[in-house]
Structure formats: structure tokens, C-alpha cells
Write a new protein. Sequence first.
Length: 111
Amino acid sequence: MPIRPCPSARTNSRLLAQAVIMVIDSSERERTGAVKEELTALLGHEDLRDAALCVFANKQDLKGSMTAAEITEALSLHSIKTHDWQIQPCCALTGDGISEGLDWIVARVKG
């Protein structure tokens, strides 16, 4: 399944996003290279220059899924100096980790 491109944040007026939510399928190790490229392009977008980034590491319930630390390494998240970022392990089926990630985003947007 190809990565869906992010629609432009522009309409007739300029919109600036305050947060970016990226959901990673932690069980698909072979896609991390493509995800890293997409993330780099996304964070380079002018309309996202001040946006916080929350990466949800989904499918943590599946055996063999990448850990948050493995995804952090694969996406080189520690090299991101222009955006506040958080990686949040989660399971969309059970809801585990979702509230924590959204709480982090709200704290950054309000801050």
C-alpha cells in the first residue's frame, strides 16, 4: 500500500498547522525508509514550520512489531531539531496510548 501524500495546508488563505499526527504501522519494518522520506518532506513544508509532531507507533499488540525506540532510530527522530516531537506507542484496536499522545499534542498547542 503506498503512502498517502499529505494534502496541501493551503486554501485561498494561508493556514499554519499547529500539530502533525503521523501513524506508523509498527509491524511493517520494510516501509520505514519510505515513511522517513515522507516525514522529512512533510516537516520541510513552510506551513508546518512551527508544528509539533506526534508519531503514533500503532499495532504494538502484534508480536514482532517495532518498538518506539526502533521506530525513533529508523526515522532518525532524534535528528529533528526544528519541531517538538513525541513518539507514542499505541494500539488503535484497544485505544492504548491514544489519549497520552493526544494529551501531549494539546499541551504543545496550548503552550
